[in-house]
Design a protein around this ligand. Structure first.
Ligand code: FRU
Length: 325
């Protein structure tokens, strides 16, 4: 359309997976309400160098604002400080850096989620048992915070032992591999805490291979709706529980526009979490199913509006040519 795009927002995601996809979709959807803004997305495939390159590129292309989910805090801190010192506002989402040189942060409290997982484990194991932790990428802040939260909660329960803690870098395939080798020399495991549902699914797959999936309970984080994701895994009993880790893409877009247009915004937007277990997974599935249908309708309406607008524009040209001739 002939709308003038006054603002360009650059989004640099550290990975691409269903969770990131959902956030990007929410951002794109929310951007429909701001025709003066354009959003461009980059995805770094869990690679620090690539993400630094992406951010440099967005800066060279003169984006007005950066949204960044930093792959690993140490590696990504300098480039963000550089952008910020050039006067480009930076919104951090979900993962943090080791600096206060940023404009706003949006995400859930990963320490508290980890702590709640620890309490959940303790209550499910009735204060006694062996736990294996499959962590996200160690250099990313959610992995460090989730680990610290769980460890602090379990301090109160001396008979619960974390027998292994392995890094699977947020990835399903890696979780399957590391858990496979763990299973071959860990005789007893009562509970597996994976830092996200995707890695829980990978670990589960390895346990199935040895026919051992019933010996232990699996807990994850994210609770995405949709086929094969967290909520369904809980409903089917594959996961014992998961914790919602909201993607918050709409809040990201709203905050970006508030910053760009000089309106008030929150420096720290705390998104909330909640436990999903057998007791509420079915209800959640029903509701998210309905939400998905509404989402599809909104997409359809947007396409139709665009279609009408293009038709309207070409009819105007036609009309104009007729009048002139
Ligand atoms: C998505 C993801 C989520 C996890 C989050 C942590 O890329 O791996 O599964 O909760 O990142 O930053």
């Amino acid at each position: 359309s002939g709308q003038q795009r006054r603002y360009v927002i650059g989004v640099s995601q550290c990975s691409d997976d269903e969770w990131r996809e959902q956030m990007n979709k929410e951002i794109t959807r929310e951007a429909l309400f701001y025709p003066e803004a354009e959003v461009v997305f980059r995805s770094a495939g869990d690679d620090n160098k690539r993400q630094i390159h992406d951010i440099e590129l967005l800066m060279r292309n003169k984006v007005d604002l950066l949204v960044v989910s930093p792959n690993e805090a140490d590696a990504i801190t300098p480039v963000i400080e550089k952008a910020y010192s050039k006067g480009i506002p930076v919104i951090l989402v979900d993962r943090k850096i080791h600096s206060n040189q940023y404009t706003a942060y949006i995400g859930a409290d990963n320490y508290t989620i980890g702590y709640n997982v620890g309490e959940y484990i303790a209550s499910r194991l009735q204060g006694k048992g062996r736990v294996v932790e499959v962590t996200g990428l160690r250099g990313s802040t959610p992995a460090a915070e989730r680990h610290r939260g769980m460890t602090d909660a379990l301090r109160e329960y001396p008979d619960i032992r974390v027998t292994a803690s392995v890094d699977a870098g947020w990835r399903r395939d890696r979780a399957r591999l590391v858990f496979d080798s763990l299973l071959t020399h860990a005789p007893e495991i009562d509970m597996v805490f994976a830092h996200n549902d995707r890695m829980a699914a990978g670990a589960y797959e390895a346990a199935v291979k040895y026919g051992r999936e019933k010996e232990m309970l699996f807990v994850g984080i994210d609770a995405l709706a949709g086929e094969g994701y967290g909520v369904e895994q809980v409903a089917s009993g594959q996961l014992d529980a998961t914790f919602i880790y909201p993607t918050g893409g709409d809040r990201v877009m709203q905050t970006a526009m508030a910053i760009l247009t000089g309106k008030p915004y929150e420096h720290d937007v705390a998104l909330s979490s909640a436990l999903v277990n057998k007791g509420n997974a079915r209800v959640m599935r029903m509701q998210t199913g309905q939400i998905r249908q509404l989402d599809e309708k909104i997409d359809m309406l947007d396409k139709r509006i665009n279609h009408f607008l293009t038709r309207y524009a070409s009819q105007r040209i036609l009309l104009y040519t007729c009048v002139v001739m």
